[in-house]
Ligand binder design. Structure first.
Ligand code: SF4
Ligand code: SF4
Length: 360
């Protein structure tokens, strides 16, 4: 396996891809459709990118929140290399705030990203080469980027994806598809499979979890992934009282048929109560089966109803320490950025926050 020349030897701030540097020192991030415009010291909505002196950096490059080895069917992906195994990895950060999101410590990862920003993180730093070596050691066939939103971790996803392809592994990208066309084009050569949510066909549903989003943007992005040659499987997690209208579910199936093809797989999954939707009951199996039956009626050929799978961020994931086979001393190191510009003040804004009187 070739070493990736862009991959540093220790924790570093890595320049964000697809950023625009403006004359006044602001930066615009074009990784996802938030297209955050950030002043010096500000972090994007996902918390994983920071403007530092007019350049945008990713905080989470090489930081893995969870690893799991599992069947590709768990993603869920049923029509690409069935029976094969993937090593799933994720970092921290998401560009949505779903009210029923599970495992917030990982998916949103705000505390972990704050610790990284302050240079106080003890999370393991994992080079892209190590991820691929680990996958080979565990005899898997592919690597899946999941648990958090890979679009906000694109720098690392691309570096790992490149090495994975060289090593003959396939790659899976589990996404909410609130991503820009530019970002999709950057990552497409290194991604074989995209498992994407279609959470609803209503703007008010999407606005509730991401105030800047529109259904049409998400659907356009899914269609673009399909047109770029990525194998796409879509998923709708049915939440009682939120997106369980049979007519809306039928229209999702029709959209897939008309835009991705009648042979495009659709997974209907079960909501399990969590976070601000803890009071909402589990999805009755009858609704899941009704949605699947309707989809078959409108001509979708590969409809899969799941009564035991929810969003991919919802599982209890093993700690990264369990998999790395490294000593506690190696793992429990302070993730201060070793770049000379960052010095001993942590990696982010500490000194600027101090200057502004925000911290002592
Ligand atoms: S990835 Fe999205 S949410 Fe994060 S900084 Fe970039 S545009 Fe903003
Ligand atoms: S459910 Fe998925 S898309 Fe929604 S906030 Fe959680 S990780 Fe993000």
């Amino acid at each position: 396996m070739t070493k990736n020349p862009s991959s540093p030897e220790s924790y570093q701030l890595i320049e964000t891809r697809l950023q625009e540097r403006l004359d006044n020192g602001d930066t615009v991030c074009n990784l996802c459709l938030w297209r955050c415009r950030l002043r010096h010291g500000q972090r994007g909505f996902c918390q994983a990118h920071v403007n530092r002196n007019g350049t945008l950096y990713n905080l989470s490059y090489g930081i893995i929140s969870a690893i799991e080895v599992e069947a590709i069917e768990n993603k869920p992906v049923y029509h690409y290399r069935p029976g094969s195994k993937v090593m799933s990895i994720g970092s921290y950060g998401c560009n949505f705030r779903c009210k029923g999101c599970h495992n917030l410590e990982i998916s949103w990862g705000v505390e972990a990203l704050n610790r990284l920003a302050r240079g106080e993180s003890t999370d393991a730093w994992v080079r892209p080469e190590q991820v691929v070596e680990l996958a080979q050691k565990h005899g898997v066939d592919g690597i899946a980027f999941t648990y958090s939103e890979p679009a906000v971790w694109l720098e690392y996803v691309i570096d790992v994806g490149k090495l994975a392809k060289e090593a003959g592994l396939y790659t899976v990208y589990v996404s909410n598809s609130y991503v820009t066309e530019e970002a999709l084009q950057e990552v497409a050569p290194y991604i074989d499979v995209m498992c994407s949510d279609i959470k609803s066909l209503r703007d008010d549903f999407y606005r509730d979890i991401c105030p800047t989003s529109q259904v049409s943007e998400v659907l356009t992005s899914i269609k673009q992934a399909h047109e770029l040659g990525i194998h796409v499987e879509t998923r709708t997690n049915i939440i009682p009282g939120k997106n369980d209208d049979p007519d809306e579910l039928r229209r999702i199936a029709e959209w897939i048929r008309d835009n991705l093809g009648a042979d495009s797989p659709w997974h209907v999954t079960k909501f399990f109560p969590a976070y601000q939707l803890s009071h909402v009951p589990e999805t009755p199996n009858e609704i899941i089966e009704l949605a699947a039956a309707q989809a078959r009626e409108v001509g979708l050929e590969h409809v899969h109803s799941h009564t035991d799978i929810s969003c991919d961020c919802a599982s209890d994931n093993a700690s990264v320490d369990d998999w790395l086979g490294r000593s506690a001393e190696e793992i429990e190191q302070m993730n201060k950025c070793s770049a000379s510009c960052c010095g001993s003040e942590g990696i982010l804004v500490k000194k600027f926050e101090k200057e502004a009187g925000l911290i002592k």
